[in-house]
Design a protein around this ligand. Structure first.
Ligand SMILES: [Zn+2]
Length: 280
């Protein structure tokens, strides 16, 4: 079965500053050791990881717009699909985003929780217009976040409702099943057909809910409510030496088998849906 990972981060010497503050934060939240390399070496290592884990393609996420190193990275292989990142409320955001789409990025990620903006801010409309022009999907992180400077006031997926209605021809992706905002995501799926959910990461947000929940139950609920057509596979792989998070792929494949999801639907989850979003 083809595996297309919709969520991997580009972390290299050029794209990430490993400050003392970050190192402390990483160890506090229990993240494993991380080594950063030159972008050329990093892109080669990721291509090897895709090969050795049987991954056909992957979406690679940048942290900032107009980043030369990330552009170099995504040009390394046509199996890499690049997403730039932007604060859509910044005055020059639309122009900067268009520059990235012209350069080859195929989508954009928003970090409202760590960059402190609401995705329904009127100032963001220029950015949505550019996404519409380039038929580019928009990924938005809501819920709890690993980021160093987070503000949960910006973490509610309900902010997306009016945007998804207004830009009904755009596709939106909420990672990690909403990272704790599961109820809000399921509500959104009732109202909007253009909102997708990715399964990436350890989904450790389940630990912070006031009731017990397993990832298997999360899958069951999202499949029943949002539909398998609205779910995208991802791992949230990001750095070395950890490399590709094969354990996440294996455990999610196991869950789908246990839920007796038909093979055709599993194929949609693992590659078909994301291919449809990119018209591949
Ligand atoms: Zn991520």
């Amino acid at each position: 079965m083809e595996i297309f990972d919709c969520h991997i981060h580009i972390m290299s010497e050029e794209t990430l500053q490993l400050t003392e503050e970050w190192k402390k934060h990483r160890s506090r939240v229990g993240l494993p050791e991380m080594e950063l390399y030159h972008i050329d070496k990093t892109s080669g290592m990721w291509l090897d990881e895709l090969d050795s884990n049987g991954i056909s393609n992957a979406v690679f996420l940048a942290f900032h717009p107009n980043n030369e190193a990330c552009l170099k990275f995504i040009n390394h292989s046509d199996r890499f699909i690049g997403f730039t990142a932007i604060d859509p409320t910044e005055p020059d955001a639309a122009e900067r985003l268009e520059r990235d789409f012209k350069a080859g990025f195929k989508g954009v990620k928003f970090y409202p929780v760590s960059r402190k903006f609401h995705v329904d801010d009127e100032k963001a409309s220029g950015v949505y217009e550019i996404c519409r022009k380039y038929k580019a999907p928009v990924m938005m992180h809501f819920g709890i976040s690993l980021g160093l400077k987070t503000d949960m006031r910006y973490g509610n997926p309900i902010d997306l409702h009016s945007v998804a209605k207004e830009f009904a021809d755009l596709n939106f992706i909420i990672p990690h099943f909403g990272a704790g905002m599961m109820r809000e995501c399921l509500f959104l799926s009732y109202h909007c057909d253009n909102v997708y959910f990715d399964s990436s990461g350890s989904n450790s947000w389940m630990r912070y809910l006031p009731y017990s929940l397993t990832l298997r139950q999360v899958f069951r609920k999202f499949i029943d409510v949002a539909g398998i057509d609205h779910l995208l596979f991802g791992t949230d792989s990001s750095f070395f030496p950890r490399g590709y998070r094969r354990d996440i792929l294996d455990s999610q494949a196991h869950i789908l088998r246990k839920l007796a999801i038909p093979k055709r639907d599993q194929e949609r989850f693992f590659s078909g849906n994301i291919r449809r979003l990119f018209r591949l």
